[in-house]
Ligand binder design. Structure first.
Ligand code: ADP
Length: 683
């Protein structure tokens, strides 16, 4: 075994690898960009070396710099994690040349599976079943269009170098073909520097079932069963589970054998995943092989009891697999979801910000893999995943129930997350009944979106927390002045002969709500519109409150972050802003009719000119962020009054893009409202 390991990655996977490697007695070496100086993975390792500025292209993706650190730090092996350099054949080769073990397959296997086109050609020869399609060298738009017509619509265009669901377009007829080919090529070029495409028959309502394989350098290849990753949004995995629900054991054996054949065909060594798409009849077809550890590997670990990172390290050190296929069994069921900083109410827009509060549940078969901590940043530079929340149970039902409960107890404040969406997904009757197909989430998206407005009892709790905060402030102030017992040192609105109250204003979206807080002997009353709620609170030592709202006791945490107040209660989280009555009096006059960037992004193209009249929904600007395209569309019929950006510009979140005048708005008199941005990711 090696004595030292460099981890060429960041975030949860770097932390996860570090934990296993340290437990095995290896000296662990982290690398970090300027943005990650204080990141968890840096502290999870024995030592950490800087490798450059925040953008991955200038740090985590710079092979020479990482190799130089490895040499100087005396690392015997490099684990690339997933993403970044993990599927870069040249990097694997460079490690070899430098005499450093690359924890992954031989460069040749990465190369062979690196292009979807090449991999499909190889698999065809190895007798692995394929999705009907075109994966030829002629990449002219004419040839691709002809292939699509031969295959028959609907077809799926994929960037041959693709991954992560990027550079994919479903085309349902000739009308969309040219635009689809252009868009997929552009996204392929932007994401992977390669615009070659393959064309496949688009299967309706399929399942995504993948097989984990493992091979050593002594000629042994086994599979560690399957994972079902059919819960996807725009071809990106949201929930993964093992084993696949209702998979016939003989089908499992067939898929396992096909995956082992695929791995053997390329001389595979180490951990890999062969992805299949399965139709309703149970027929399965090869999609691609990922030549690395997958994000969803924990579910396989939980059902097999194996540590895949430990196995990777042993195999990379030349050891033989310590088991044969017949030794492996499945115990129970495991499900994982990806908790992201993203806003389901705004088309899952990635969110950035500081994690003002973060707390994860423990126990009950729950495992959390996370690379961030309280006070840390979710930045624009990297994937906005906060954690993988994973649960193991005796059976599928128990695993799902444990996962739902765990999601209810995850507390994340500072960025909007998909937590409520995930909880709704995990609790959805169709998911509980299982299995689902890859289109399920897209079809059910409306019913899975979390409730938008905070109910009255949540507003009342925000009001209560605010009064307690003011009270604490007043006491602290009084303690430092002459008369600590003065009734004026209290914030409970106590006044002689007065029906005392304190009016708070909270903003939620566009709406402002007044919450009138009245102090009385037992506690507080909150008046919201015509409703009055009574509140009696006891504080608990861990910073939560136990509050009886109209007699019903609830456990509550309210986290203040600048003007925002996040109320965590009933397994939900609601964020409102406290309106400072003195601030922002003249805000309303600003920003009328401007369309703003919903996130930091690059302007890919500008589709209109100043003075153009456009229809509602027309594309005005295409942005690219996180390697995905986002369309800024006209929010109404109207006129493009001004263009404030040009193709190639980099824009900050909230930057003005277009001055837009909705039809009829000009003669309305008052300042126009800020127009909401309608944005759709272009995957
Ligand atoms: P990536 O490498 O970008 O992840 P994949 O080829 O693995 O792309 O496909 C991602 C997802 O897209 C699959 O899990 C599946 O849901 C969907 N998909 C891929 N190919 C097809 C197809 N031919 N028909 C229907 N859906 C497909």
């Amino acid at each position: 075994m090696f004595s030292s390991l460099l981890i060429a990655n960041r975030g949860e996977i770097a932390v996860r690898i570090a934990r296993t490697a340290r437990a095995m007695g290896l000296r662990t070496i982290a690398v970090y960009s300027e943005a990650d100086r204080d990141a968890l993975h840096v502290r999870a390792c024995d030592e950490a070396w800087p490798i450059g500025p925040a953008p991955a292209s200038e740090s985590y993706l710079v092979a020479e710099r990482i190799l130089e650190v490895a040499r100087r730090a005396g690392a015997e092996a490099i684990h690339p994690g997933y993403g970044f350099l993990s599927e870069n054949a040249a990097f694997a080769e460079a490690c070899d040349a430098a005499g450093i073990a690359f924890v992954g397959p031989p460069a040749g296997a990465i190369e062979a599976m690196g292009s979807k086109a090449g991999a499909k050609a190889l698999m065809e020869t190895a007798g692995v079943p394929l999705v009907p399609g075109y994966h030829g060298d002629d990449q002219t738009p004419e040839r691709l269009a002809a292939a699509a017509r031969e295959i028959g619509f609907p077809v799926l265009l994929k960037a041959s170098a693709g991954g992560g669901g990027k550079g994919m377009r479903v085309v349902r007829g000739t009308d969309d073909l040219t635009a689809g080919i252009d868009g997929a090529k552009r996204e392929g070029m932007a994401s992977f520097g390669d615009d070659r495409l393959i064309v496949e028959k688009y299967l309706e309502r399929p399942r995504h079932v993948e097989i984990q394989v493992f091979a050593d350098s002594h000629g042994n290849t086994v599979h560690l069963f399957e994972r079902d990753c059919s819960a996807q949004r725009r071809h990106q995995k949201i929930l993964e589970e093992a084993p696949a629900p209702d998979l016939d054991p003989s089908l499992r054996a067939d898929m396992g054998a096909a995956a082992v054949a695929a791995a053997e065909a390329v001389g595979y060594v180490g951990a890999g995943t062969v992805e299949f798409i399965m139709d309703a009849s149970g027929a399965f077809h090869f999609m691609e092989m990922n030549t690395r550890l997958q994000v969803e590997h924990p579910v396989t670990e939980l059902i097999t009891g194996l540590d895949l990172v430990a196995l990777q390290l042993k195999v990379a050190a030349g050891e033989a697999l310590p088991f044969a296929q017949s030794d492996l069994t499945i115990t129970g069921h495991a499900v994982e979801v990806r908790l992201y900083a993203e806003d389901p109410a705004r088309d899952f827009m990635p969110q950035t910000g500081r994690l003002a509060h973060l707390r994860f549940p423990e126990g009950d078969g729950v495992r959390i893999d996370s690379g961030v901590e309280r006070g840390g940043m979710v930045s624009v530079h990297y994937d906005p995943m906060i954690a993988k929340v994973i649960a193991h149970g005796a059976d599928r039902r128990e695993a799902l129930a444990r996962l739902a409960a765990a999601l209810g107890r995850c507390e994340v404040v500072g960025v909007t997350t998909n937590r409520a969406f995930l909880k709704a997904l995990v609790e959805h009757p169709a998911v509980v009944a299982g299995p689902i197909d890859t289109g399920f989430v897209g079809r059910e998206i409306e019913s899975l979106a979390p409730p938008a407005a905070a109910p009255n009892h949540v507003l009342a709790l925000a009001g209560l927390a605010e009064m307690r905060r003011l009270d604490a402030e007043a006491r602290a102030h009084a303690a430092s002045t002459a008369d600590p017992n003065s009734p004026w040192a209290r914030a409970d609105s106590w006044r002689l002969n007065d029906s005392a109250h304190h009016a708070l204003r909270f903003r939620q979206g566009e709406e402002e709500i007044e919450v009138e807080m009245h102090a009385d002997r037992e506690g507080w009353r909150a008046r919201i519109g015509g409703t009055v709620l009574t509140l009696e609170a006891d504080a608990d030592p861990d910073g939560t409150l136990s509050v009886a709202v109209d007699g019903v006791r609830r456990r509550v945490r309210v986290v203040a972050d600048r003007d925002r107040r996040t109320v965590l209660v009933d397994g939900g989280a609601w964020t409102v802003s406290l309106v400072d009555p003195l601030a922002g009096l003249d805000d309303a006059a600003e920003g009328g009719g401007r369309l703003v960037a919903p996130m930091p992004a690059k302007v890919v193209s500008v589709a209109v000119s100043e003075g153009d009249s456009v229809k509602k929904g027309a594309t005005l600007i295409v942005l690219e962020a996180m390697k995905m395209e986002h369309t800024i569309a006209a929010p109404a019929d109207g006129t493009v009054v001004g263009l404030l950006v040009a193709a190639g510009d980099l824009v900050e979140e909230g930057a003005d893009l277009v001055v837009f005048e909705a039809e009829g708005a000009a003669d309305g008199g008052g300042p126009a409202d800020r127009v909401a941005v309608d944005s759709g990711a272009g995957a």
